[in-house]
Design a protein around this ligand. Structure first.
Ligand SMILES: *Cc1c(COP(=O)(O)O)cnc(C)c1O
Length: 351
């Protein structure tokens, strides 16, 4: 009997979720440590009364609210079960035999998975020595088969964000038939005022697609809601690929409640970014070349010792995210949590 399963699936690296151990200190998934925003739990509880009904498939109220806040028409917004799912749907909407997607590497581990599942070939361009995107090499990698270039800014798992000049160069260099995808999952944590807001600066370009999520700063990782902004035709193409009723009712209600608590979100993000500054400064005393980060995590370029450091942390009840042979990504947590990771790092470098 011939196996009906696609051969290429076996070659896809599996997505590795940040580990979860009961009672461990979890600094492995870039979550914000303060619990759901005010009003979210109540909104979810109210919405639960209607879970015997299908949710609003058009996600109208949430898209309307996002439309007002972002200053773009609601028809330009598509929603999905996390921006991970939406990125997959976008790639499905542009895939054809032999087509390619260009992205930086190392970057978000969902990209190679989404590309292969959608049927696109991944063209991975190595990061610069300081762990950012090598924009000129990415531009050089764009060819006739390229359908999209993904820019992850700030870059997961290494932290640097792209400057406006760099993103401008990509838009100027590629034809309008190539989508320039800006993955801004960590946009709310960007503190450098010179760095561009993708929707504001590029939203009106015909080939711009900007991804945002409720999973990180907005504290709704468990409810799976992401969105994207693009020109109406691109948003419509993605909506055609999204599974019907993808974003559930409690999720839609929670996202609206979270948006209503934006001030509190900003306050929490400010706590995280001030801690980020403190802990990265301290980490740099112990590990050279910790790159600049604009996200709620930082990168320890430990190379061959990455997995060993993760085990060292786990033995102390702390979970971080190692990438074998490369480095370790650590989420910025509460002050005492950050002190714990610094202690772990101190004892590790002394060994
Ligand atoms: C966390 C993350 C996302 C968003 O994931 P969701 O599916 O929305 O939870 C998207 N892109 C990057 C780079 C991320 O790190």
């Amino acid at each position: 009997m011939t196996d009906p399963i696609r051969d290429d699936l076996a070659a896809i690296p599996r997505y590795v979720p940040g580990k979860a151990l009961p009672d461990a200190l979890k600094l492995s998934s870039n979550e914000v440590p303060y619990g759901p925003l005010p009003g979210v739990a109540e909104a979810v509880a109210d919405a639960v009364a209607n879970v015997h009904r299908y949710p609003d498939m058009g996600v109208a109220a949430l898209r309307e609210e996002l439309s007002k806040r972002l200053g773009v028409d609601a028809e330009r917004i598509a929603t999905g079960t996390g921006s991970v799912a939406l990125i997959g749907h976008l790639l499905q909407s542009v895939a054809s035999p032999g087509s390619e997607v260009v992205y930086s590497w190392r970057s978000f581990e969902a990209y190679p998975i989404a590309a292969t599942v959608a049927g696109l070939k991944s063209v991975q361009v190595p990061n610069t020595a300081d762990h950012g995107h090598d924009v000129d090499a990415m531009i050089a990698a764009v060819g006739p088969a390229t359908r999209a270039v993904i820019l992850c800014s700030p870059n997961n798992p290494t932290g640097p964000a792209l400057t406006a000049a760099e993103i401008d160069r990509v838009f100027d260099a590629v034809p309008e038939t190539v989508l320039v995808v800006l993955d801004e999952a960590y946009r709310e944590f960007v503190t450098d005022p010179a760095l561009p807001d993708g929707v504001e600066r590029y939203g009106d370009r015909p080939n711009a697609v900007v991804f945002r999520t409720f999973s990180k700063a907005w504290g709704l990782a468990g409810l799976r809601i992401g969105y994207m902004v693009a020109r109406p035709e691109v948003a419509d193409a993605v909506r055609r690929c999204v599974i019907p009723f993808a974003v559930n009712g409690p999720g839609q209600a929670a996202a609206l409640a979270a948006l209503a608590s934006e001030d509190e979100m900003r306050r929490r993000v400010a706590l995280v970014t001030s801690e980020r500054k403190r802990i990265v400064t301290a980490a740099r005393e112990l590990v050279p070349d910790v790159p600049e980060t604009q996200a709620n995590f930082f990168w320890l370029p430990l190379g061959e010792r990455a997995v060993e450091f993760a085990a060292h942390c786990e033995a102390r009840g702390i979970l971080v995210r190692p990438f074998a042979g490369d480095g370790v990504r650590v989420t910025v947590g509460l002050p005492e949590e950050n002190d714990a990771i610094l202690d772990a790092l101190r004892s590790f470098v002394k060994e």
